[in-house]
Design a protein around this ligand. Structure first.
Ligand code: PRP
Length: 169
């Protein structure tokens, strides 16, 4: 299955640096930021993003799945592990906001846990695919409504290891 490059590794790294600077400025003076990556897709982005932040962080991961091995969302989100975020400044890190179901569900659940603040940083935003209200406070790239892989994102568990974002032909 051939993959065509859509966003190069260099462009991703440059943008991650810019996002890191923006987020660092917004959280200047904050004692600690709780960064929560959404597995599996955001593992690579989270690892790169925290390295470009100059804010003291603790790092958590949650698992949320809606796609299974399909190219279409199943319409249900399963979240495992709810970290203790009461009173904390929280940054949720996602690889992609597509229909918005995953972010919408996590944000709704997380507000119930009483964080001091909760923001979303997504590497990719696909606004034309949105079906549920969901917005990123920070995002890397807006992309068209095509199926993307790489930099953590899979198709049937393949291509997560690619250092760039591509489309499957
Ligand atoms: C993908 C992606 C986002 C979500 C976006 O996760 O990583 O979490 O779907 O889609 P949505 O906006 O339509 O909800 P997936 O369920 O494929 O799990 P994975 O990250 O483990 O591959």
């Amino acid at each position: 299955m051939p993959v065509s490059e859509l966003i190069s590794a260099q462009r991703i790294q440059r943008r991650v640096g810019e996002l890191g600077s923006l987020i660092t400025a917004d959280y200047a003076g904050v004692g600690k930021l709780v960064v929560i990556g959404v597995l599996k897709g955001a593992f690579m982005f989270t690892a790169d993003l925290v390295r470009s932040l100059q804010v003291p962080c603790s790092i958590e991961f949650i698992r949320a799945t809606s796609y299974g091995n399909e190219m279409q969302s199943s319409g249900e989100v399963t979240i495992t592990h709810q970290p203790d975020i009461a009173g904390q400044e929280v940054l949720l890190v996602e690889d992609l906001i597509d229909t918005g179901l995953t972010v919408n569900t996590i944000v709704e659940e997380f507000w119930k846990l009483g964080p001091a603040s909760l923001k979303v940083c997504a590497l990719l935003d696909k606004p034309s695919a949105r079906k549920y209200p969901a917005e990123a406070d920070y995002f890397g790239f807006e992309i068209p409504d095509t199926f993307v892989v790489g930099y953590g994102i899979d198709h049937a568990e393949r291509f997560r290891e690619l250092p760039f974002i591509g489309t499957v032909d």
